[in-house]
Design a protein around this ligand. Sequence first.
Ligand SMILES: NC(=O)c1ccc[n+]([C@@H]2O[C@H](COP(=O)([O-])OP(=O)(O)OC[C@H]3O[C@@H](n4cnc5c(N)ncnc54)[C@H](OP(=O)(O)O)[C@@H]3O)[C@@H](O)[C@H]2O)c1
Length: 294
Amino acid sequence: MISFVVSEGNLDGLLFLIYKLANSKYKIIRKHFVEIKRTYALITGASKGLGKALATALAKKGYNLLLVARSEKELNELSENLIKLYGIKASFLAVDLALSSAPAQVLTWTETNNFQVSILINNAGYGIWGEFSSLPLSNHLEMCKLNMETVVSLCYLFKPLLLKSTESYILNVSSTAAYQAVPTFALYAASKSFILSFSRAIRFELKNTNISVSCISPGPIDTGFAARAGLDPFSKMAEKFNMKSDEVANVALRGMFARKAEIIPGIANIISAYATRFLPKAFIEKTAAGIYKT
Ligand SMILES: NC(=O)c1ccc[n+]([C@@H]2O[C@H](COP(=O)([O-])OP(=O)(O)OC[C@H]3O[C@@H](n4cnc5c(N)ncnc54)[C@H](OP(=O)(O)O)[C@@H]3O)[C@@H](O)[C@H]2O)c1
């Protein structure tokens, strides 16, 4: 029988070594968390819905916030509440992100105030429901601007700032609509496919940097999305599958901090997204058209 004898002197030395290693590891981890919490998370579309839930969840974790959307009153109320409740720092910028000048304005605001951003969440977006050719072209193009162009510009412009932190994250908000074509939501679904593809590509390009890129693709959430999209009250079948915005926000942040490439909240949404890989496209499009029929 082989036995290993540890003398009292050896044991003390061993315990001291374990203590030292654990302590230094603890100090490194603690330093990392203190450092990242001194930085800011910038969230677009933070005035309501999922963006507001993401802001609240990050504030609960102690992150400082930069909130961006058009509604000044809502942004002001939210930032004051979160400062009071969680003792964080929060600032806001009321701006229409569909304007071409907006992304540069957000960057200038961030740089002028010396906000060190380590988390960029591109959440602002909306859908327009209806047959493609029955809606004004200008409405389509404005939505495309916010859903795609603004996201691209913010990722591009904020990359140099994100590179300055020890650990940074980009979270782009897509939709389960990204996984298939959706008649009556044609451009919305296409814009979210764009976001998913774009996010995966820049994630790969940035893999050897401190920036992790994730894309979340939620299914229906209980927000103002359906009302803004102009969904017909009789076509609200999708609402039966609504998830709560705070539930989606928690899944989103868990996935983002775990550096996941794609995050799909809810088992039904995971199944439907993966089913699109195996089922015939014509069948999927017919089903989607049935859900959102005009
Ligand atoms: N709800 C769903 O069922 C669902 C499902 C999948 C994906 N998503 C995605 O989730 C994201 C958030 O949507 P939501 O469900 O939370 O909808 P929401 O309740 O309508 O919130 C949308 C947010 O975007 C902001 N926003 C809209 N247009 C803007 C503009 N031109 N400039 C600046 N901010 C603007 C809104 O703020 P202001 O009005 O104050 O500007 C609001 O804060 C969107 O990208 C959406 O596509 C939603």
